[in-house]
Design a protein around this ligand. Structure first.
Ligand code: ATP
Ligand code: MG
Length: 235
């Protein structure tokens, strides 16, 4: 199997609510796979379930052909999955530098190199190294969140709506940075900003009411006005 990550008929509940009914998709190595779908469709729940933050009631999740469904979150992170949550998950009281340090799982040469690279990609993080996370702008917080996931030796990054709440010019910057990262890692991206999704995505899956209902290449989707209208509300 060439896919780095594969979900097969994943189901999940949040309390008594059956939220994910049948999530099945593959994330090929070296590509950006985008999860699309309306608000409340189950995109965030899907990422949380992959990370073991939400338990799965049925189905299977394979990472590099090993089943990770049912493992604890730290074990999943350790096996090479970085997660940038929707709310960014940074520590407001800690400085940028401290946020980076607590995120680092190792302090080896490779990690140092990735840290240098990420600080070149996001010079603001270097500039505001001693500033508290909570005092950064929205775009800077997003960059810090991405940097925290990237600094570790991950095979796969899960990024949940990085454009959310950001001004268009900042969205552009975040998009460019993800595009650069694409050369170095595999990405599963949740993104409602269609412009961003279509620029950096290779393949897409549409989630509707907790099910993966459509998939294809990003080029196919751009030309399918009916599909976009039906599931994404894009005229
Ligand atoms: N803690 C919770 N308790 C009950 N229901 C929840 C909870 N969290 C999410 N849900 C429900 O699960 C469904 C899927 O939510 P999820 O956050 O995964 O959607 P999403 O596709 O990420 O949406 P958005 O685009 O708004 O971020 C929604 O109907 C939501 O109301
Ligand atoms: Mg969400």
């Amino acid at each position: 199997m060439s896919s780095l990550l594969e979900l097969k008929q994943v189901e999940a509940y949040i309390q008594q609510f059956h939220i994910l009914h049948d999530i099945s998709f593959e994330v090929p190595k070296g590509e950006v796979t985008v999860l699309l779908g309306r608000n409340g469709a189950g995109k965030t729940t899907t990422l949380r379930t992959i990370m073991g933050l939400n338990s799965m009631s049925n189905g299977s999740i394979f990472l590099k052909d090993h089943e990770i469904g049912g493992l604890k979150t730290h074990a999943i992170a350790k096996s090479g999955v970085g997660y940038v949550p929707e709310d960014q998950g940074i520590f407001a009281e800690l400085t940028v530098g401290e946020n980076m340090k607590v995120a680092m799982m190792k302090e080896d040469e490779e990690t140092t190199k990735r840290m240098e690279w990420i600080l070149e990609l996001f010079p603001d993080l270097k500039k505001f190294w001693k500033k508290q996370g909570g005092k950064l702008s929205g775009g800077q917080k997003q960059m810090l969140a991405i940097a925290r996931a990237y600094v570790n030796e991950n095979d796969l990054l899960l990024i949940d709506e990085p454009s959310k709440g950001l001004a268009p010019i900042v969205v552009e910057k975040v998009m460019e940075s993800i595009q650069e990262m694409k050369e170095r890692t595999t990405i599963l991206l949740v993104e409602q900003n269609f412009m961003m999704a279509s620029k950096i995505g290779d393949r897409f899956y549409i989630i509707d009411d907790g099910q993966t209902v459509h998939n294809g290449s990003m080029d196919d989707l751009r030309n399918d006005k009916m599909l976009m209208q039906k599931y994404l509300g894009i005229a």
